[in-house]
Each structure stands twice: as C-alpha cells, then as structure tokens.
Design a protein around this ligand. Sequence first.
Ligand SMILES: C[S@@+](CC[C@H](N)C(=O)[O-])C[C@H]1O[C@@H](n2cnc3c(N)ncnc32)[C@H](O)[C@@H]1O
Length: 202
Amino acid sequence: MINPSKHAKIFDKHAKIYEKRRKKTTIDTKFRKKLLAKASGDVLELSVGTGTNFPLYPDIHSLTAVDFSEEMVRYAREAAKETLYPCTIIEEDVEMVDFKENTFDTVVSTLSMCSYPHPDVVLEQMAKWCKPGGQVLLFEHGISSNRVASHLQQKLDPVVSEKIGCHLDRNIVQLVENSSLRVTVVESHFLGIFHLVFATIE
Ligand SMILES: C[S@@+](CC[C@H](N)C(=O)[O-])C[C@H]1O[C@@H](n2cnc3c(N)ncnc32)[C@H](O)[C@@H]1O
C-alpha cells in the first residue's frame, strides 16, 4: 500500500492539470451539477481537489473541504475566494481527519473513492459525520459493467494506481450498498463506469 505522503505528492504533481480543467466545462460538468443541486445546509466535501465543484453548489450555508495535497489545497484556497458561502479548506488525509458525529447536512465526494486505501472506512466516516436525515452525494468511477472494459481496467489498474494515484477496478455501487448509507438513487453512465449516488442517513 502506498504511503500517504507519497500518495499526496502524486496529486501535487497533477494539481496544475486539475486547475486548468477546473476552469472549463467538461463532460463531467452536467453530472456534477445534477448531484450538487441536491446539496444544502452545512456541506462537507472530501478530497476537494482544486475546487471544481465550488461554483456548482446552490445556496448552501457553508462548505468545509478536505484534501491532503498541498498543491490542490493551494489552488482550492484561491478558488474559495470567489464563493458566496463561507468556505474552510483543511489540508489533511481524509482517512486521518475527524469531525464530530452528526455535524453536516450534506457530505459530498466526487471522483475520490478511487484513491482511498480504505474506501469502506471512509464511507462509514461519511455516515458518521452526516446528520440523520442528511444526504451523502457521490459522483464516482469504478469497474465497468461491460466485460471488455472491465478486463482492460483490471489490466491497467496497477500502473494507473501507481502513477496517477487512483484505482480503476473498484465496485463503487457495491461498496456503497455494503455501507451504512441508505442509497436512494443510483445512476450509472458510460458502460457503467461512472455513477451518481444519492444516499441518506437514517
Ligand atoms: C481525482 S482527484 C478529484 C478532485 C475533485 N474531488 C474533483 O472532483 O475534481 C482526487 C483528489 O483526492 C485527493 N485525495 C486522494 N486521497 C486522499 C486522502 N486520503 N485524503 C485527502 N485527499 C485525498 C487528491 O489530492 C485529489 O485532490
């Protein structure tokens, strides 16, 4: 398993590319908009990157965002200067950070479940940090439902995870369904690789 500081440095190296992409409308923008339209109240965003989601939030009360890459956080802090809601960005490993139970109305993760060493543990933390009746909103990629595509993803996974820091072969929907989150809607796209997951806490 890759050590966290080495892992964060992989993302440091790619932060400039994420920052360029942040300023563009890309193929994923419509999925982000659909997901984040449901966000409300005090929001926690895990692994925020450079802040691509910031302008897509509706009228939320506050945003707390976490990321362990120094470079990503640097860009995200700049991007946060433009938000209309108060935004706090914490430079920390999501697997190490802790918040009080039942703190947030909405917990968000976009394109990040692929990178955690223990995604099942992170999902349980999300369930813990979210208030009962609150929402957990995910836009994630994982192993395809198409046999050919999934075979390719499995072959590429060792190289991609080492170079880019992200796994291609995770069964995201199953991970969420096995967690304490109660899934309300799942939408899958592009050969079942990308998923929008709307979940709640009971
Ligand atoms: C693929 S990028 C996605 C960024 C952003 N969420 C988005 O949708 O554009 C993954 C992000 O997760 C962060 N990340 C990965 N593992 C992390 C961890 N254990 N703790 C904190 N941040 C992490 C990386 O630094 C990077 O910013």
